[in-house]
Design a protein around this ligand. Structure first.
Ligand SMILES: [Fe+2]
Ligand SMILES: [Fe+2]
Length: 189
């Protein structure tokens, strides 16, 4: 039987049921925005990709030590579609799961998750705190400075770019574009 398609409002309600930390919620929005942006360019379902972005770190606030495994438990309990669970868990490939990103949406999620954090950190460094005029090369410079936003795993981003067969420059630019479209919900201009 076909599982009814999840609406954004439902994904958002679930995110807010498990999360109250502003920066974690903002991260979910950033990943959602970029996922929707890429879905459009791949000609795929924007809401589906976006919901996966919204929910990818569902368990992180409450169960940081069981990241990904608790998301699996929660989503299985709620009878989520297996494909959606797989896609969400694949973002933790090599870190907290052994589920390798295979589908385009999985590869994109894996690649841009950490990158959205680097871009947000770069925006916060700007006097205008705005993404409007943020250039790819400014983010690239921060990418190449390991001490800047040191928690951002550059290796994951690079291996994701390899999976997608795209340059890191291109992916950074697309990520900026996606986040710029939703600056309003990211708390930036
Ligand atoms: Fe995660
Ligand atoms: Fe994340």
């Amino acid at each position: 039987m076909e599982v009814p398609k999840m609406k954004r409002e439902e994904a958002l309600a679930l995110l807010l049921e498990y999360n109250s930390n502003d920066s974690l919620i903002r991260h979910a929005y950033a990943v959602e925005a970029v996922m929707r942006h890429f879905a459009r360019s791949f000609g795929e379902d924007e809401e589906y990709w976006g919901n996966i972005g919204l929910l990818h770190d569902l368990d992180y606030e409450k169960y940081p030590d069981q990241h990904c495994s608790m998301t699996k438990v929660i989503l299985e309990e709620r009878r989520f579609d297996e494909k959606m669970i797989r896609a969400i868990l694949s973002h933790g490939y090599g870190l907290c799961t052994d589920i390798k990103p295979e589908l385009p949406l999985e590869k994109v999620l894996y690649t841009i998750d950490e990158l959205t954090g680097l871009i947000m950190a770069t925006v916060y460094m700007r006097p205008d705190k705005s993404i409007r005029e943020l250039e790819m090369k400014s983010v690239l410079k921060k990418f190449k400075t390991p001490k800047f936003a040191a928690g951002v795993n550059r290796e994951v981003i690079l291996s994701g770019c390899t999976m997608l067969d795209r340059s890191v420059e291109e992916i950074i630019q697309e990520c900026i574009n996606g986040m710029r479209e939703r600056a309003d919900i990211l708390g930036i201009t």
